[in-house]
Design a protein around this ligand. Structure first.
Ligand code: MN
Length: 374
């Protein structure tokens, strides 16, 4: 039997007019879409420019690779179609994946709760039909509205009924919505636990602007700091008690690296005891135990998470490619995977879990060989 490799981070490019076409007429002026403006590709909603990507001569910014290659060996052919995607996956040695949006990543820039709700519904319905017939290969991942938490529960139940096993919440809680240590999240995390839908927090979601630092080192600082969004979210969900009170809920942080999870778990335990006199709410378990039981992280390259797995449990770790993005592992995935465990003393079963088994259990894939953890 060939090795099961699951990518916990992939993206699909939606039809450019998905929201322009799909939203009710009254909401169309606010539909998220991209348009070229001079040297930039701008993602906009109404008058709001959500994101600007500088277009480079001879291709867009995905034409160069973060690893310093002049250009990738070849272009991804499956960003917006299943056949190309399956071909790229076969070449890369990836068996299955969870697929995140592209335009839809900007949903949390919408401030009107009704437009946000309608946008998630349009995206989730499209996602469901796009991947229908391939649900053993692609984990359908919904986007949940959060500007009105009653909409969150409504949409969570609606997509769970379609068989979705994953749903996005913002990595950063925007101004105007409750922070993740707020008990207002309890009904949502309770419902997700009961429905068996895992929450996924993809890096950058909920952020107004990734570019905060300027000047020397700014790019490294801005992109490195993206892991802090995941840290802050998990810290709040653990310390505030939302995960402790809803033990069936599962949360995965995507594309923020994973090595920080061990440090966060150990540090939170230390603080929880050392500053006990100030700690409330009291938790039923230590922070690290809650993290081991309920939190997962995806990573591409940072192997320190594997070395530190005795803290988080190897079950917390899921490898992901970030296909088709330039900063991801495409088209070098086989090389990355071949070196992933170099010099690390780890069993074959634990390797298989990190490469696929942990995701198979989290997203309830039909993979009986991973039914029980190692
Ligand atoms: Mn990604």
């Amino acid at each position: 039997m060939s090795r099961f490799v699951f990518s916990a981070d992939g993206h699909v490019v939606e039809p450019p007019d998905l929201f322009l076409e799909g939203l009710p007429a009254s909401m169309k002026p606010l539909a998220i879409h991209s348009e070229k403006r001079e040297d930039y590709l701008c993602t906009v909603s109404g008058d709001k420019v959500i994101f600007r990507l500088r277009l480079r001569p001879g291709g867009n910014s995905e034409a160069t690779s973060m690893r310093g290659d002049a250009a990738p060996a070849r272009k991804a052919i499956g960003s917006n179609n299943i056949a190309g995607r399956l071909k790229d996956m076969e070449d890369e040695g990836i068996s299955a994946e969870i697929v995140f949006p592209s335009l839809g990543l900007w949903t949390y820039a919408l401030e009107n709760p009704d437009v946000e709700q309608a946008t998630t519904e349009v995206y989730n319905n499209w996602n469901d039909s796009f991947f229908s017939g391939h649900t053993d290969t692609f984990v359908r991942c919904g986007i949940l509205p959060v500007r009105d938490l009653s909409n969150t529960v409504y949409e969570l139940k609606r997509i769970a009924a379609k068989g979705f096993t994953a749903a996005m919440l913002p990595s950063i809680t925007m101004k105007g919505i409750p922070a993740y240590n707020d008990p207002a999240w309890d009904p949502i995390f309770h419902a997700a636990g009961e429905l068996g839908v895992a929450f996924v927090l993809h890096t950058g979601t909920g952020a107004e602007n990734v570019v905060v630092e300027r000047g020397p080192g700014a790019a490294v600082m801005n992109y490195t700091r993206q892991m802090c969004d995941g840290q802050n979210a998990i810290m709040a969900l653990v310390a505030g008690g939302v995960l402790d009170r809803n033990p069936k809920a599962r949360v995965a942080v995507i594309e923020s690296g994973a090595s920080w999870l061990a440090a966060l778990a150990e540090r939170m335990d230390e603080v929880y005891l050392a500053h006990a006199v100030f700690v409330r709410p009291k938790l039923s378990k230590m922070p690290s135990e809650i993290i081991r039981a309920q939190v997962k992280c995806s990573f591409q390259y940072d192997r320190a998470c594997i070395i530190a797995r005795s803290v988080t449990g190897h079950e917390a770790l899921m490898w992901g490619s970030d296909y088709p993005h330039a900063e991801g592992t495409f088209p070098h995935t086989p090389t990355v995977l071949a070196k992933l465990f170099d010099g690390i003393d780890i069993s074959e079963r634990q390797k298989a879990d990190i490469l696929g088994g942990n995701a198979a259990r989290l997203f309830r894939l039909n993979r009986p060989e991973f039914a029980a953890p190692a």
